[in-house]
Design a binder for this molecule. Structure first.
Ligand code: KG4
Ligand code: ZN
Length: 336
């Protein structure tokens, strides 16, 4: 089955062609990062306008790169929620119009489920269930249990900021550009992760996370230290605090739920220190249980290939559900 994926939930306009949920034939991403650097973050209205300009060229380019015509597409999968409403509407309008015109199956996809299915891209092997997944980005921060395809149980989430959001806010405090995650991890390479003692919230308490206290602690240090601030040490200490708590809760959840594989997904799964610490702790606590993270860095952050994959697996699970899917029904079903 050939699925055209469409993603416009935040600041990337993306379209991809994916075969059977795994084989990526194309994955075109028009990033708005440069545009949002000027404001240090995403301005929703600016993002939506940019999606309007980019959506059709990006879809066309995805077909060109896949060396396919629109006729060869079996279904269209589109991010339906969560995300910035005006941005989502650009993608869902384009997808539902194309589906109507081309008589294609239309599959609405939850963005977070998309991030989870990024781990199936470019991979042939079957993954053993149950799977415990830590999916973390700028907009979400969840621990999820999957007992089978397309069944998701939320074990925990953040009570305030997502970890990626904390990376972005701390980057601003350190005068680093948006998005902050890659910048902080680069600076952290030169710093001492024990350079500044920083708090770990909700340790051992539950599967929920909290990063606002950590962010405030960094803000206080920046103010108190002024020009004597050791920026690289602070970046390294902050990163260590985040990955320490993320990995600790992920491993606990994997033990508690008898995970047969453990996954990292979402923008923050691009963080190499997070991958390293989870791998180390997994080898100690659950030897033999494999760790998966997206096969390419580009599958960690927002992209349409992951949306096509999630759409494919949803369709496999429930093949008759999407033939007559109408956006208006989904807006009632999903509540926007
Ligand atoms: O998944 P994504 O593209 O967008 C959302 O759904 O939010 O994730 C973007 C987030 C940003 O907050 C960015 O700072 C973070 O992922 N990120 C990272 C790294 N690369 C991206 N955080 C930590 N380390 C990284 N290497
Ligand atoms: Zn995302």
């Amino acid at each position: 089955m050939i699925v055209l994926g469409i993603e416009t939930s935040c600041d990337e306009t993306s379209a991809a062609v994916v075969e059977n949920g795994r084989r990526v034939r194309s994955n075109v991403i028009a990033s708005q990062i440069e545009l949002h650097r000027a404001t240090g973050g995403v301005v929703p209205e600016v993002a939506a306008r940019e999606h309007v300009l980019k959506i059709i060229p990006v879809i066309e380019q995805s077909l060109v790169e896949a060396e396919m015509t629109f006729d060869q597409i079996d279904a269209i999968a589109v991010t339906q929620r969560p995300g910035l409403i005006a941005s989502l509407l650009v993608g869902t309008s384009a997808a539902s119009t194309l589906a109507r015109v081309g008589n294609k199956i239309l599959i609405p996809v939850n963005h977070i489920e998309g991030h989870i299915y990024a781990n199936w891209l470019d991979r042939e092997e079957e993954m053993a269930f149950p799977i415990v997944i830590l999916t973390v980005s700028g907009g979400h921060n969840e621990l999820v249990l999957m007992r089978d395809h397309c069944t998701f149980e939320e074990l925990g989430s953040t009570r305030d900021d997502a970890a990626g959001e904390a990376f972005d806010k701390v980057a601003r405090l350190l005068d680093l550009p948006y998005p902050g995650g890659p910048e902080i991890s680069r600076l952290a390479l030169e710093g001492d992760p024990k350079g500044y003692p920083l708090p770990r919230a909700l340790r051992g308490d539950s599967y929920d996370f909290s990063f606002s206290g950590l962010k405030s602690a960094v803000a206080r240090l920046v103010q108190a230290e002024g020009p004597t601030l050791r920026r690289a040490d602070l970046a390294a200490s902050f990163q260590e605090a985040v990955v320490d708590i993320l990995s600790e809760k992920l491993i606990h959840a994997a033990i508690d739920h008898g995970a047969r594989s453990v996954h990292l997904a979402g923008g923050v799964s691009a963080n190499t220190r997070l991958r390293e610490i989870v791998q180390e702790r997994l080898a100690v606590s659950l030897p033999g249980i494999p760790l998966f993270f997206p096969a390419q860095f580009v599958y960690c952050t927002d992209n349409a290939a992951m949306i096509a994959a999630a759409g494919y697996f949803n369709h496999q699970k429930n093949p008759t559900a999407y033939r007559d899917w109408k956006p208006v029904e989904a807006s009632t079903r999903f509540g926007f």
